[in-house]
Write a protein that binds this ligand. Structure first.
Ligand SMILES: NC(=O)c1ncn([C@@H]2O[C@H](COP(=O)(O)O)[C@@H](O)[C@H]2O)c1NC=O
Length: 561
């Protein structure tokens, strides 16, 4: 690509553009088309007429000088960019703060107002919103009448536009910010520049990410035009603006619709965290995206976990780690949850975490290797020991999964949205409906069994049955087409230890006699906890009374389909 010469763009200065009579004086000055810029514009038009506009050289500005517009809030690597562009012969035009930083870095720069003949005004709300800027970005170089229009109005073309936006996201997530401050942090001129340049990417390179500066400079140094490169930048630019707008829109919805959870429409800003080796199965490609919704700031969870050691996480690893971590995050006391295929199959809560681990593993001993460990933190020694266990063991450090989020789930052609199941154990009231009341530890066992069932149903399909004793899960059954089948599986796992234990069900028992309730009673459990609400609730009460089992209704169902 032709290097051109570094020159300050001064040709726009010739016309006063403000106040009444602006049109007249403007026309008057334009009538004397004599500047070098206008001569250059004519040269560019001649080139367009000659059909040379698709060659890289044709992206020279109408003035014959290549121009870059730079307007950045985040000024990371700005000096390198400015010096690089200057070295390549670009004339640089910038907004106030960016121009000052460039000057401080020894780069020649022209302020936007020298082109627009308007000062930056309204506290920065209007800086670059001007035909002298947007005409120079949007004009099609292969359209004679576009270049004629630029020429008529004394507007030069821009070849490169580098913009990043007011840090709206950081501001509104950094703590208390007033509504007015939020509004002032919505960038208007920046997205407009980005969209204009991205639309005209055939002739204008648009950059929104400082990580792309080296590639931009390398591209500009090259001899070949590459429309793919330009299109990728344009894609990224529109994506950048779309993400930005989704944050603004989410924030505004929250400001104006307190308490109303479901907006009529919304956009979820996702960014690629990693591509994965494959999906659930090797023939499926897969990737992991982080969700940058404002409502998910500081909610922790697996998406923001740090991996300290081990093989790269797979698609199924993420699902399992998520199920285990969301489950363990529910407990206040030290708890260990073992998950297989997203089912919590061993859960123990003990003051000593090592003891919790031993008991949880005992409930469902690993049938092979352990794939992932997730914890809120590790001592240096602990990490060393775990690393020594296996080269592949994935060791993750995660922050507790938060509450109050919207849960989204895909179905063919749409998404289901619901509030996350944030009910705390304190919100559950155990109502004794049987003749016998649970005694001593039976009550806490019932509560723990219910908690386990509750945690299970958040991650596995109903029907869910959990048997627990001494703060330890003894057995669980889930995902079976009927409740009796889940119950049988849970009892098979619990074995003889089920005698005197508590049993919990995620939903009511539709039948009692010759069915799940009677089977549970005959297996020797001391307490059954279930939501209640069946038309045959009385059968369940009568059955428990017959066997001397305590029956508790919780009034809360925790289906997961
Ligand atoms: N109003 C405008 O015409 C306008 N043009 C560019 N900006 C933004 O101003 C910022 C740079 O400002 P400065 O160079 O003064 O630090 C950039 O983030 C850019 O997106 C604008 N500001 C906000 O809307």
């Amino acid at each position: 690509m032709e290097a051109g010469t570094a020159a300050r763009v001064t040709w726009g200065l010739r016309r006063p553009c403000r106040g009444p009579g602006w049109g007249q004086s403007r026309r008057a000055s334009l009538s004397s088309l004599s500047s070098s810029a206008e001569r250059a514009a004519r040269r560019a038009m001649a080139a367009a007429e000659a059909g040379a506009s698709t060659a890289p050289e044709a992206s020279l500005s109408a003035s014959g000088v290549k121009q870059a517009l730079i307007s950045l809030s985040d000024k990371t690597d700005l000096a390198n960019l400015g010096n690089g562009l200057q070295r390549l012969g670009f004339s640089i035009i910038s907004t106030g703060g960016t121009a000052s930083s460039l000057e401080a870095a020894g780069v020649n720069v022209t302020k936007v107002e020298e082109i627009t003949h308007f000062p930056e005004m309204l506290d920065g709300r209007v800086k670059t919103l001007h035909p002298s800027i947007h005409g120079g970005i949007l004009a099609r170089r292969d359209q004679k009448h576009h270049l004629e229009a630029l020429n008529e109005h004394g507007i030069g073309t821009f070849d490169v536009v580098v913009v990043n936006l007011y840090p709206f996201y950081d501001k509104v997530t950094s703590g208390a910010i007033s509504f007015e401050d939020g509004i002032e942090n919505i960038d208007i001129g920046g997205p407009t520049l980005i969209r204009a340049a991205a639309k005209n990417h055939k002739d204008v390179l648009v950059v929104v990410d400082h990580k792309d500066y080296p590639a931009l400079l390398e591209y500009l140094e090259g001899k070949q035009d590459d429309q793919d490169f330009r299109r990728k930048l344009a894609w990224k630019a529109f994506q950048h603006v779309a993400s930005y707008d989704s944050a603004v829109s989410e924030w505004l919805w929250k400001q104006s619709n307190k308490g109303d959870t479901f907006p009529p429409s919304f956009t979820v800003p996702l960014s690629l965290k990693s591509t994965l080796r494959y999906g659930e199965n090797p023939h499926q490609k897969a990737a992991f995206y982080g969700d940058k919704s404002l409502s998910l700031v500081n909610v922790g969870g697996i998406a923001t976990a740090i991996q300290h050691h081990g093989k790269e996480m797979s698609y199924n690893n993420y699902l399992d780690a998520d199920a285990a971590w969301n489950c363990v995050s529910e407990f206040e006391s030290p708890t260990c949850v073992v998950v297989k295929h997203t089912n919590p199959c061993g859960v123990a809560s003990q003051q000593d975490i090592l003891e919790a681990y031993r008991l949880a593993v005992k409930a469902d001993p690993p049938d092979g290797w352990r794939e992932i460990v997730v914890a809120p933190g590790y001592t240096a020694k602990g990490l060393e020991v775990l690393k020594g266990k296996s080269k592949t063991l994935r060791i993750l450090e995660a922050r507790r999964s938060g509450k109050g989020t919207l849960s989204l789930r895909q179905v063919s052609g749409g998404w289901l949205a619901q509030e996350s199941d944030d009910l705390t154990p304190e919100a559950i009231t155990f109502t004794k409906v049987s003749a016998r009341a649970p005694e001593g530890s039976e009550l806490s066992d019932a509560r723990f069994a219910w908690l386990c069932a509750w945690l299970c149903v958040k991650h596995v399909k109903s029907n869910a049955i959990v048997i627990a004793k001494n703060n330890c899960m003894l057995g669980m059954g889930s995902g079976q087409p009927n409740r009796l089948e889940s119950l049988r599986i849970a009892f098979r796992k619990a074995g003889e230890e089920a005698r005197g234990a508590a049993l919990a069900s995620d939903a009511f028992f539709p039948f009692a006699w010759n069915d799940a309730v009677e089977a549970a009673c005959r297996s020797g459990v001391a307490v059954i906890a279930e939501p209640g609400g069946s038309i045959r609730d009385q059968d369940a009460v009568d059955c428990c009374d017959k066997y001397g089992v305590a029956l508790l209704f919780t009034g809360v169902r925790h289906f997961r389909h």
